[in-house]
Design a protein around this ligand. Structure first.
Ligand code: SF4
Length: 320
């Protein structure tokens, strides 16, 4: 999770504050986050609602302005890329939670897929038709669906259209905001498998926001666990699920059934007290201390730093 020669996307001490109801107390949606994502990673951002993961993801693609800090793609600051949105669009694309909201209701699937190609002057009509057919095949859409409007498609097909549109310009990075949550459970597995296939086939780097930890374990290569605008723990998926080190990660993962019957039979659910505090007034010290079952007096006085650990993960906890 620290930058190296393979880093494609890097975030340095990023903050995103909003003006809330109280003029003197901004909402600290993202509050000093740093991480590096290597090329080809399938990285998950997890945490409870309101922890700042969607704001972080929107900032990575320039849909949200950072208050301070930097987002770099291939070592280039996103602010310089934002001066030419066309260039940024070729690097990074966003897949929204609700595909129906992300697609124009009046455009056929063909028109939706052709639009980014037209905006970026890709090929002539024949080349564009060829590319649209390639995209449909890539995401498993029948060619007969190209003349249909989004409302006549199933939820799964709509999400396939949204993914195909995001891939039209061959971006290196796909940022997906809860791409499964608007879908029936029976369709979710198909879309998960599609993401996995696309990632391997195209060498994509994917950052996925999700609350579905079973999906994270199945397809993601690494994970950042967020709480109240901060990263509490980040690691590769396997060690994180095998041995979560941060008390918040331990509580989150305790709700996920284990595929191993022996581990499952001894699984103990850790139920956290109360709701997360307001991001307008996060607690002093470790911001998890008001709910942490392992808190010690030091926790409310001193903020733990996110530090590398021996197993290559990063953890912010005084006890680790
Ligand atoms: Fe819990 Fe303290 Fe660790 Fe925070 S620093 S997670 S409050 S033990």
């Amino acid at each position: 999770m620290t930058a190296n020669t393979n880093t494609l996307l890097e975030v340095r001490d990023l903050t995103v504050y909003f003006q809330g109801q109280n003029k003197h107390q901004p909402v600290r949606a993202v509050d000093g986050i740093s991480f590096a994502i290597p090329e080809g990673a399938f990285h998950a951002l997890v945490g409870e609602s309101g922890c700042g993961k969607t704001t972080l993801a929107r900032t990575l693609v320039g849909l949200q302005q950072a208050t301070s800090g930097e987002v770099l793609i291939r070592n280039q600051n996103i602010n310089s890329l934002l001066k030419n949105r066309k260039l940024l669009a070729k690097d990074v694309q966003f897949v929204f939670q609700n595909p129906l909201g992300a697609l124009s209701r009046r455009q056929t699937v063909y028109q939706s897929l052709e639009e980014p190609l037209l905006i970026h002057n890709v090929g002539n009509a024949d080349r564009r038709r060829q590319r649209i057919h390639e995209l449909a095949e890539l995401v498993g859409l029948p060619l007969s669906s190209l003349d249909r409007l989004p409302r006549s498609l199933s939820g799964g097909q709509r999400q396939r259209v949204a993914i195909a549109r995001a891939l039209a310009l061959e971006p290196s990075i796909l940022i997906c905001d809860e791409p499964l949550s608007a879908l029936d459970v029976s369709i979710q597995a198909q879309i998960v498998s599609l993401f996995s296939q696309l990632q391997q086939k195209l060498g994509l780097t994917i950052i996925m926001i999700t609350h579905d930890l079973a999906v994270v374990r199945e397809v993601c290569t690494s994970v950042s666990v967020m709480y109240l605008g901060k990263v509490m723990e980040a690691n590769n998926t396997e060690p994180l699920f095998a041995q979560p080190a941060h008390p918040y990660t331990q509580a989150l993962l305790s709700s996920v059934p284990s595929p191993d019957p022996n581990t499952e039979s001894t699984r103990q659910r850790i139920v956290l007290r109360g709701e997360p505090p307001s991001p307008m007034a996060p607690p002093s010290g470790c911001r998890f201390h008001t709910r942490c079952p392992k808190a010690v007096p030091e926790c409310s006085a001193k903020e733990p730093v996110l530090k590398p650990q021996a197993n290559s993960g990063l953890i912010a906890c005084h006890l680790v």
